[in-house]
Design a protein around this ligand. Structure first.
Ligand code: HEM
Length: 424
């Protein structure tokens, strides 16, 4: 039995399969509670999380990628550590990622990234999604059973981003094979030198070469267009800056979307009536997706670093403290969401969840993720009837068991074995 008072959220694998009782324990300590290790305050309160997200001057995103692992490479002093952070920022992990940047630099890099999300590009990408869904389902939909994560969700999400970025088709399979684990592996010792933990060394090498070649000699494709992109003030970014963006889009957009699809199917298997309701009325799919992101979203937590000593919800947050925004808990805050542990379609405040973050760093790929899951659910419901858990893998009703990736940042089903009746 895990002792919630002393457990280390960042290293203890007992919190992986079902973190929600622990989140409720933390909530019972107040909306912002001190964790026993690593100088972390954990936020389970919805209103408090919003206040923090809307105050980027007091709460930096410098530690957004991995939170307190490893801890700051200096001893913070005083009630404003802005200058110390400026001095040491480059020593923190993955500060080249847009998600870890602050202020004007963040705005510049975010606008660079938005060059990839043009309406015409998104439209072409969406057409690709629908045909890809059919191609992938052709391999499994006639069999009556599959592991949805391995056979569909992961290759689907990876190939959609590959298409968005214009990666040549011949290279896409290599992408599926070579991507490493996402950040936040429970218990993993992280060193500052170790970029491998972000699963990105392969992406850096690949995009570095591609973008450098295309800046020299453009080929009229999307990566060439991206290689020529400018900052809003007209200046030219380093190839290195573009590589970080392309690599991050892969990291941020691949696993999250795949695991959201897994969560949707888990909810369908747990609620056969809801499955039928959505099957019979596809206009419910957008509301269903929002509700699953709230109820069981793929991003369990994000982090901020307190730069100025600030009081939120009556709790003083000292400069230098790591703030863990437990989105999975905030989205079940009963002060904000009625009956938070139930899946309810068309909640009046359904879209207010924090599953895609909030504020300056709101998920840039949320519309893409929703389009991917919409296309997939439609095609899955077209091709599979009476979708249910494989009891051989997940156990009988009342004794279900699930494998989740041992990652503190993500809520990610490792596998989801389903049985179903194929629709010819
Ligand atoms: C279900 C799928 C997804 C979920 C649940 C999700 C969730 C999130 C969350 C919670 C954040 C904010 C992190 C923070 O507060 O520090 C975020 C940021 C981000 N996401 Fe997503 N995401 C998803 C899919 C995608 C996709 C498909 C892409 C792009 C292809 C993407 C790109 C980004 C980027 C670029 C940021 C950083 C934005 C910034 O720092 O300005 N995400 N995402």
């Amino acid at each position: 039995m895990t002792d919630f008072a002393t457990v280390d959220f960042y290293t203890d694998s007992s919190l992986i399969e079902n973190p929600f009782p622990y989140f409720e324990y933390l909530r019972s300590q107040g909306p912002i509670a001190r964790l026993p290790h690593r100088n972390v305050l954990a936020v389970t309160g919805y209103a408090e999380a919003i206040e923090i997200l809307n105050d980027p001057k007091a709460f930096s995103s410098a530690n957004a990628a991995t939170g307190p692992l490893p801890d700051l490479p200096w001893e913070p002093e005083g009630d404003d550590i802005g200058e110390q952070l400026d001095e040491h920022r480059d020593e923190l992990i993955a500060t080249g990622l847009v998600v870890c940047k602050d202020g004007k630099e963040h705005a510049n890099h975010r606008s660079l990234m938005m060059n990839l999300f043009t309406p015409s590009r998104l439209k072409a990408n969406e057409e690709y999604m629908w045909s890809l869904a059919d191609t992938l389902l052709d391999d499994s939909a006639d069999k009556g059973h599959c592991d949805l994560i391995a056979s569909y969700a992961t290759p689907f999400a990876t190939l959609v981003i590959a298409d968005l970025l214009g990666i040549p088709e011949d290279d896409r399979i290599t992408f599926c094979e070579k991507l490493g684990p996402p950040p936040g592996v429970v218990g993993e010792e992280v060193s500052y030198e170790d970029s491998q933990v972000l699963g990105m060394s392969f992406l850096f090498e690949y995009f570095g070469q591609y973008l450098a070649e295309r800046r020299e000699s453009p080929k009229g494709d999307i990566l060439s267009q991206f290689a020529q992109a400018k900052f809003p003030d007209g200046s030219t970014p380093e190839v290195y800056d573009l590589v970080w963006i392309a690599a991050f889009l892969f990291g941020a957009g691949q696993d999250t979307t795949a695991r959201l699809l897994g969560a949707c199917l888990r909810v369908f298997c747990e609620n056969p009536e809801l499955q039928e309701q959505v099957r019979n009325d596809r206009s419910l799919i957008p509301a269903f997706i929002e509700e699953v992101v709230r109820y069981e979203g793929p991003v369990k937590c994000a982090h901020r670093l307190a730069v100025k000593t600030t009081t939120v919800g009556g709790v003083e947050i000292k400069a230098g403290t790591h703030v863990a925004l437990l989105y999975g808990a905030c989205n079940r805050d009963p002060r904000e969401f009625e009956a938070p542990t139930e899946v309810i379609l068309n909640r009046p405040n359904a879209r207010k969840h924090l599953g895609f973050g909030r504020g300056a760093h709101t998920c840039a790929g949320a519309p893409l993720a929703k389009a991917e899951v919409t296309a997939s659910l439609n095609r899955i419901l077209d091709r599979m009837q009476d979708i249910r858990f494989s009891e051989a893998h997940h156990g009988p009703a009342g004794e279900r068991r699930f494998n989740y990736e041992g990652i503190y940042t993500l809520r990610a089903l490792k596998d989801l074995y389903i049985d179903f009746t194929p629709v010819s």
